[in-house]
Design a protein. Structure first.
Length: 329
């Protein structure tokens, strides 16, 4: 059942009257970094002009993502802690999708001067919690004044001697497989957009994604020929693989799970759970292609096949309508 609820606001400013303009830049940095634990590969963490991070492989995998308030998150839908976790998760998912192991995160934070310090405290707790779930820390960053709250994350990773798994290596005859959830974040967004705050599991999937950490390196070891994470949607991201590899991808709908919970929520909202699974982004699942002759890694399940040609089809037929998220469209 869908239930209407109160908005998930950040910490009450009446409990923490200070704003970041009162605290100041350097005290704020100390506030969010003091006493935090770093990973063994961090040789020099926050506090100097730059961080120093070990790079055992001799190569560094790097990715950057920017989250802007009212575009990527809303504090009436998510707490600052949840926003912090999501900001790190979507970046570490990109490291995962290259077959690499995360090694560190850099954070750029822009805030209006009137932002309560309690909001930044909770945001920092979320950033650190998600980073430490992946066994790493926040090794540095920057804080600036801005008109809206903006979070820029740079995540770094190590290939451990393997080649990166790119989008361009899929070959006809490969099996298409996925690790992680599909459609849950889109369902949560639809629920929140209707003014509801439950079911909690569905809404929570939008607030904080659950990337299958470790599945990327697992896929690389198993011989994955291409890989991408579902930041834009299953069909859209499969389209990225198809285009980069110069192949076609055919999904087998009988192999694509549409969870019963999503079906129930869709029924209550008059929506289509299948559409969420096929086109919903931000679940940060992994899509990979593997040679048909090799067994799939434990975390992956088969959903289709790579063929000659171009584009993405479902049971041999094109999908009518938008295939996923794209900025400015």
């Amino acid at each position: 059942m869908l239930k209407e609820g109160r908005s998930q606001l950040g910490p009450d400013s009446s409990q923490e009257p200070q704003t970041i303009s009162q605290v100041g830049e350097f005290d704020l940095i100390e506030r969010v970094t003091a006493g935090r634990q770093q990973s063994p590969g961090t040789q020099l963490g926050p506090g100097d002009d730059a961080a120093v991070l070990a790079a055992p492989d001799g190569r560094v995998v790097a990715t950057t993502d920017v989250l802007v308030e009212q575009v990527h998150f809303r504090f009436d839908w998510s707490t600052p802690h949840q926003v912090g976790r999501k900001a790190v998760a979507v970046n570490l998912s990109d490291i995962n999708a290259m077959g690499a192991v995360p090694t560190g995160v850099l954070v750029g934070l822009g805030c209006p001067p009137e932002t309560p310090t309690a909001v930044v405290d909770e945001l920092a707790d979320g950033l650190w919690e998600e980073a430490q779930q992946a066994g790493i820390g926040i090794i540095g960053g920057d804080m600036v004044s801005s008109s809206s709250l903006t979070i820029s994350i740079t995540a770094l990773g190590d290939l451990q001697g393997r080649d990166p798994v790119t989008r361009s290596g899929a070959r006809p005859g490969d099996v298409v497989a996925v690790a992680g959830r599909l459609g849950w974040s889109a369902a949560g967004l639809a629920v929140l957009g209707r003014g509801f705050r439950s079911p909690v599991a569905v809404v929570g999937a939008h607030r904080v994604p659950e990337p299958p950490y470790g599945a990327g390196p697992q896929a690389a070891v198993a011989g994955a020929t291409s890989m991408v994470d579902t930041s834009d949607g299953l069909l859209a991201d499969l389209g990225h693989i198809a285009t980069a590899s110069g192949v076609a991808v055919d999904l087998r709908m009988e192999q694509v799970e549409v969870p019963q919970r999503l079906t129930e929520v869709a029924s209550a909202l008059g929506a289509d759970a299948r559409h969420w699974v096929l086109t919903g982004g931000e679940d940060q699942a992994l899509i990979a292609t593997f040679p048909a002759s090799r067994p799939l890694p434990p975390d992956f399940r088969e959903i289709g096949v790579v063929t000659e040609g171009s584009g993405v089809t479902i049971d041999g037929n094109p999908y009518v309508g938008p295939t996923g998220w794209e900025h400015w469209r």
